[in-house]
Design a protein around this ligand. Structure first.
Ligand SMILES: Cc1ncc(C[n+]2csc(CCOP(=O)(O)OP(=O)(O)O)c2C)c(N)n1
Length: 644
């Protein structure tokens, strides 16, 4: 459980950046060492993201040393690398509660600290936001204010990052983009931009040329302000004509600096200090190593992105050991099943936007490299690329986490559903996602998919159902088909059973009962199973149905339920507003039933971070909450009927 660890000699006296600024530049290396050690010490016993924060320790220290935060705006992209930032900005003593229920958030969050300039979790927003801040400062006449976006090479692959660069290039506002280039996303970064960044980093003639210019500029600027102006003119004409053609960022009217070593804290301090005085949009290209300072993490950066608890001395990642085989993760059921299906059906393709390990499409990318694609952090593109494949008669399985799919909503409607294309959306991490918190909970997909014409909206209750839904979806002419499943493990050890098609829109009865019927969708139905068996033991006898589909609804099943029961509880691991319960209410109103319906699900507010069971309980739809709800609705039964 949450465990506090002591900080090093310098770090223990740093609560806020003002304390850091009291130190000499010569002491900063030691601060970095202690900060890195503190992150290792705490994350090893409390869990969380790891390698990304280690990679930006020097950047974090240098930025806080030079900038005047929180007046200056420092925006971290994604935010999974901001642990050092949190520790240096008033949260060192709470850091051991990171990501724990009721503890501090694993991401920067405006409500948590004035130093968290922007709330993040989803990637690639930092340039847009920092530009907005910079333009606002310019408008308000706050010309001394700095605005810095720190963005990874992975996050830079997203469309919104390009959109922001395109806009920033024509605004003459005070914006510094720091490109934290470690050549990695969670998995190895992909795409032509990555290759370009590698070229620019390793190209000798380019670097020599750049260094020469920097050298001349430095000399001239040392002479005085006039000389600096002249220097800038010279830079503009030489760099402008020659570099514009060869440098992507310069072509977008940014002034490009770098690449520099992002682990040399003293040099970073010097460069950041210099850049403060240069107006307009600038980009500083820093080369860093993800996992820096922890050898195992440097070697296997994907594994150490978020390793869970580990022994910091031996590097052994702690996994609970079980005597018996355990049910698999849903993501692995997807990963193995898509290969099994693709071996039979040559039309099947696999697509992920930058989450091959997270969704287990990496298995197919290895087994069938020409049929599985990591397209970078590009959810919109992933969907429309899938649409393109589907126009040619292929059946793409486009796997996107439920919360990241929010990015691609228009593509789902306009590029897939409107054109009735056979794209299968597999929405991983649907429902409460856990320690990542509100940015990552997959709360809305049932509601946002359900209102789209042509869309099939389904959710399996267990591994076998997931396989059967995938089997069903890959049949010809199924049209757009979404399948949502949660983070974590399923409930079946013996899950690799032969697959069969499920009639679209057909639910199933889990157990008969009296007086009250519980309708569930998806894996949260297993909490209902726990509840009904506990209730049976106490003499209550609710019925339980697994709807399987929110669209189309199983109307025959619902007619049956509404004619037999006058009390109905709906249970979903998704937002109550507009979700499955709402669909049931619409059915009821349309068919003139007058049944009492109680809807359980994610309430109309943002649910913070914690373990899934803690958050289901808080939201009122874990087994206990369901038991209480049934008891409050029905009178106690003396008879004890075993559910069939
Ligand atoms: C919109 C969106 N898609 C996917 C993710 C999942 N994700 C979190 S971090 C990450 C990789 C980011 O890579 P990079 O920006 O290079 O940062 P690094 O971890 O290498 O420091 C991804 C894909 C996300 N947070 N947001």
């Amino acid at each position: 459980m949450a465990m506090q660890v002591p900080a090093g000699n310098l770090l223990q006296n740093i609560q806020y950046p003002s304390d850091l600024k009291k130190l000499t530049e010569d002491q900063l290396e030691q601060v970095c060492q202690e900060l890195r050690q503190y992150i290792i010490d705490v994350v090893s016993v409390n869990g969380g993201h790891f390698a990304a924060s280690l990679g930006v320790v020097e950047l974090t220290v240098a930025l806080q040393y030079i900038l005047n935060t929180p007046y200056d705006q420092l925006v971290w992209d994604v935010g999974h690398q901001a642990y050092g930032h949190k520790i240096l900005t008033g949260r060192r003593d709470q850091f051991h509660t990171n990501r724990i229920y009721k503890g501090i958030s694993g991401f920067p969050k405006r409500s948590e600290s004035i130093y968290d300039a922007f709330g993040v979790g989803h990637s690639s927003t930092s340039i847009s936001v920092a530009l907005g801040m910079a333009v606002a400062s310019q408008y308000k006449g706050e010309t001394d204010r700095q605005h810095v976006a720190v963005i990874g090479d992975g996050a830079m692959t997203a469309g919104i990052a390009f959109e922001a660069l395109n806009h920033a290039g024509i605004e003459n506002s005070n914006l510094l983009v720091i490109l934290n280039d470690n050549n990695m996303a969670i998995d190895p970064n992909v795409g032509a931009l990555k290759e370009y960044l590698t070229d620019i980093t390793t190209s000798k003639p380019y670097n020599r040329f750049r260094d020469d210019i920097a050298h001349v500029l430095n000399k001239l600027s040392a002479i005085g302000p006039d000389a600096f102006k002249i220097a800038k003119k010279i830079e503009k004409s030489i760099k402008g004509t020659l570099l514009k053609r060869s440098n992507f960022f310069e072509a977008l009217q940014f002034r490009y600096f770098g690449p520099i070593d992002g682990h040399d804290v003293k040099h970073l301090v010097k460069v950041l200090n210099d850049l403060r005085d240069i107006p307009g949009p600038k980009l500083l290209h820093c080369i860093t190593t993800k996992g820096k300072g922890y050898a195992l993490a440097e070697k296997d950066q994907t594994k150490w992105h978020a390793p869970g608890l580990f022994d910091k001395i031996t590097g052994e990642i702690k996994k609970t050991k079980y005597d018996k085989p355990q049910p698999p993760k849903y993501q692995d059921v997807f990963g193995h099943t898509i290969i099994e299906l693709a071996e039979q059906n040559p039309k099947i393709m696999g697509i992920t936007p930058a989450m091959p390990s997270g969704c287990s499409l990496n298995l197919m990318m290895k087994a069938m490299p020409n049929r599985a694609f990591d397209v970078g952090i590009a959810e919109q593109h992933a969907v429309t690329f899938s649409a393109g494949l589907a126009t040619q008669g292929l059946i793409p399985f486009c796997n996107i986490y439920s919360s990241f799919m929010q990015r691609a909503y228009d593509q789902v409607i306009h590029d897939v559903a409107l054109q009735k294309l056979n794209v299968v959306f597999c929405l991983d991490r649907a429902g409460i996602a856990g320690a990542d918190g509100p940015t990552h909970h997959g709360a809305y997909d049932l509601a946002y998919m359900r209102c789209i014409p042509n869309m099939v909206v389904s959710a399996p209750m267990n591994e076998e159902e997931l396989r059967n839904l995938m089997y069903t979806a890959q049949q010809d002419d199924m049209g757009p088909f979404s399948i949502r499943y949660p983070r974590g493990n399923g409930v079946m050890v013996d899950w690799q059973r032969p697959m069969k098609a499920i009639p679209v829109g057909k639910g199933r009865k889990i157990c008969d009962g009296e007086e009250v019927a519980i309708l569930s969708i998806g894996a949260i139905g297993n909490e209902v199973v726990k509840a009904t068996s506990a209730l049976n033991a106490e003499g209550y006898n609710p019925a339980h149905y697994d709807l399987r589909f929110v669209k189309p609804l199983d109307e025959a099943l619902l007619h049956d339920v509404f004619s037999k029961f006058n009390k109905v509880i709906t249970v979903e691991d998704g937002c109550i507003e507009g979700g499955m319960g709402s669909a049931v209410l619409e059915f009821m109103a349309d068919n003139n039933y007058h049944t009492q319906v109680v809807r359980l699900g994610i309430p109309d507010r943002y649910i913070e971070h914690g373990e899934q069971p803690e958050l289901w309980a808080e939201s009122g739809y874990d087994a206990n909450a369901i038991i209480e709800k049934v008891k409050s609705l029905v009178e106690k039964r003396n008879t004890h009927t075993i559910a069939s």
